[in-house]
Design a protein around this ligand. Structure first.
Ligand code: MTE
Length: 300
């Protein structure tokens, strides 16, 4: 697929958090976009200023640890992430339990600075480290009849206090069409700002699909299943009228209870202006062709 990497930044464009913080201080936030050639210049050109580490790691949704935005950062350190295995199963040539270390040895980790848009209408810009999901699926060898990829989060009642509450039908599950899963923008994130991904963000590996609402980006994955039927997804099961399988970011399709036309950038302060939400979260050029001929209102 011919891709223009307009929304992607690689390692060489980004240094480390210190530089970001330094740049944030230097630029005082308000004058982003001026000068400082070489420091994430591509991101600046697009107005993509990553959120601070504190925003990204202390304002989370991870209901296995509670439904408050600060619950995950309070409680997720209880999750044991070493050792970790991902079972890859279903329509693959090499099904099995893949140790996280072995996956990491085989994968090329890059930095990707992506917009992140939650269905609740807040947004951030996150500098993920990770690898393309397509490469992981190659490791297992996807069979020709496979059409979907199903994902499952760890279910550990003794480590995840939120599992006591029937907020969702645990474990958390998600799914993608195979063409969405192997799209080069779809990654498995293993880090943020060059550090290991914190537990509250989905350690040791979580999905990131930047053109879809954040709930598609399932955390702490233990099982991946290749299948030929559309897999069930947690939020759709819980409320099918409000949450569809696709969940592509779309400013023109309202949530039944609120508009999706604009969003609140997290970290912008209490009186930060809302900003317009972009079609496919700004990745229209890269992904619109996946949905040619599909009624996006009916397939929300
Ligand atoms: N994955 C699991 N297992 N459990 C969850 O509650 N919340 C989803 C998604 N992945 C969630 C999950 C939602 S609603 C969002 S917006 C993002 O994770 C939040 O990711 P972040 O906390 O890293 O910003």
């Amino acid at each position: 697929m011919a891709l223009r990497w307009t929304n992607i930044l690689k390692d060489r464009d980004v240094t480390d958090e210190a530089v970001y913080l330094n740049r944030r201080q230097l630029m005082g936030g308000a004058v982003a976009g001026v000068g400082l050639a070489g420091l994430g210049s591509q991101a600046q050109a697009q107005g993509l200023e990553p959120n601070a580490w504190e925003d990204i790691t202390q304002y989370n949704n991870y209901y296995e640890f509670g439904t408050g935005k600060e619950d995950p950062s309070r409680y997720a350190d209880q999750l044991t992430t070493e050792p970790w295995t991902v079972t890859i199963t279903g329509m693959v040539d090499r099904p099995g339990d893949y140790a996280f270390e072995d996956i990491m040895k085989a994968m090329t980790v890059e930095e990707r600075i992506y917009r992140f848009r939650c269905v609740e209408a807040w947004s951030m810009v996150i500098p993920w480290n990770g690898f393309e999901l397509a490469d992981l699926l190659d490791m297992a060898g996807v069979q020709s009849g496979a059409k979907y990829v199903a994902f499952e989060t760890a279910y550990r009642p003794e480590e995840m206090p939120g599992l006591k509450y029937p907020v969702l039908d645990w474990p958390y599950v998600e799914g993608l069409r195979l063409d969405e899963a192997v799209h080069p923008l779809t990654i498995m994130a293993t880090g943020i700002y060059g550090k290991d991904i914190p537990n509250q963000n989905g350690a040791p590996l979580r999905l990131v699909v930047p053109w879809k609402y954040g709930f598609k980006s399932i955390k702490s994955i233990v099982r991946i299943t290749l299948t030929d039927i559309e897999p069930p997804t947690s939020w759709n099961k819980s409320n099918p009228r409000e949450y569809g399988f696709y969940s592509n970011v779309n400013p023109e399709v309202s949530h039944p209870r609120w508009s999706q036309a604009s969003e609140r950038p997290v970290g912008g302060g209490l009186f930060a202006e809302r900003q317009p939400t972009l079609m496919f979260n700004g990745y229209e050029e890269e992904v619109a062709s996946l949905y040619e001929g599909l009624d996006l209102k009916a397939n929300f």
